[in-house]
Design a protein around this ligand. Structure first.
Ligand code: C2E
Ligand code: CA
Ligand code: CA
Ligand code: CA
Length: 280
């Protein structure tokens, strides 16, 4: 039994060493990525359910790794959070998204709102966050209403006075606040009326089986009714089929995102496919 114990230990040990090494490499690469200009933003359309018009875009981070190719956020956001690198990366995302939005506006396209995801670390460092958002909007000379900030519902579960204060300060800047992954946080709904939020984004997991599962349909219906009674806009994520969109239209959801309309695209491609001049 002793021997088996030792072997088990060795097995885990070497496995963990490999993982730790991989992680360390990732961390070092991540440190260099900003300076080397390896990050880029993709944009996914936020579409009006009733009219089919593109009213906004969610900025989604991509890492063009010199050897690994395109790396998705699921592979590196957590490490960025743990190492604190998410702060400079998040600042870059915010600046880049605002600059792109301004550039499109100056090119004479119809007004578009750009949503940016905030990490937990960014949100918790609220003094820095508010300063950064204020400075970025000022530097880019972007109307605060053209930026939207997404925070995940799980962040709001604690519902501390500090979080309320942070959201109120962000809200005062004039930038809409969106609650991402709504419905997955299992939080009390009472916080909704206390917090200055503007948008609920229904998590993809409820949209997926919307047509087949009556429970999911009931949840989505309830979220939309709740949002509207609180005068919030409601966005469905991960819409992949016409059937899902039909249900959402029936339930009077405001906007949707998903592969049905478009995957996230590089800025130039997004512009070519979805942006229209004001005059037309
Ligand atoms: P999220 O904020 O929930 O973003 C939506 C994710 O769903 C995106 O994945 C998007 O590509 C994907 N998606 C969109 N439509 C569909 C669909 O119809 N079907 C399916 N299956 N997926 C769809 P992505 O770009 O890989 O981002 C994953 C997560 O990484 C995001 O989830 C967000 O939490 C985080 N993230 C992305 N960019 C940033 C960023 O700039 N900063 C921070 N802090 N987090 C980011
Ligand atoms: Ca999001
Ligand atoms: Ca989401
Ligand atoms: Ca999500």
């Amino acid at each position: 039994a002793k021997e088996r114990g030792r072997n088990t230990y060795q097995f885990f040990s070497s496995d963990m060493t490999a993982k730790a090494l991989q992680r360390l490499t990732m961390e070092n690469d991540l440190r260099q990525a900003l300076h080397r200009g390896e990050f880029t933003l993709y944009f996914q359309p936020q579409v009006n359910v009733m009219t089919g018009e593109v009213e906004g875009a969610e900025a989604l981070l991509r890492w063009e790794h010199p050897e690994k190719g395109m790396v998705l956020p699921a592979r590196f956001i957590q490490i960025a959070e743990e190492t604190g690198l998410i702060i400079p990366i998040g600042e870059w995302v915010l600046a880049q998204a605002c600059a792109q939005c301004k550039a499109w506006q100056e090119a004479g396209y119809r007004r578009l709102r750009v949503s940016v995801n905030l990490s937990a670390t960014q949100f918790l460092r609220h003094v820095e966050l508010i300063r950064t958002v204020t400075r970025t909007l000022h530097e880019v000379r972007l109307d605060p209403d053209q930026l939207e900030l997404e925070i995940t519902e799980s962040l709001l579960i604690q519902n501390t006075e500090e979080h309320v204060a942070t959201l109120q300060k962000l809200g005062k800047l004039g930038t809409p606040i969106s609650v991402d992954d709504f419905g997955t946080g299992y939080s009390s709904l009472s916080y909704l009326k206390r917090l200055p939020i503007d948008v609920l984004k229904i998590d993809r997991s409820f949209v997926r089986d919307l047509e087949a599962d009556p429970d999911d349909a009931a949840i989505v219906r309830a979220i939309i009714a709740l949002a509207h009674s609180l005068k919030l806009r409601v966005v469905a994520e991960g819409v992949e089929t016409r059937g899902q969109l039909e249900v959402l239209r029936h339930l009077e959801c405001d906007q949707y995102q998903g592969y049905l309309f478009s995957r996230p695209l590089p800025a130039a491609e997004f512009e070519a496919r979805f942006l229209r001049p004001i005059s037309l």
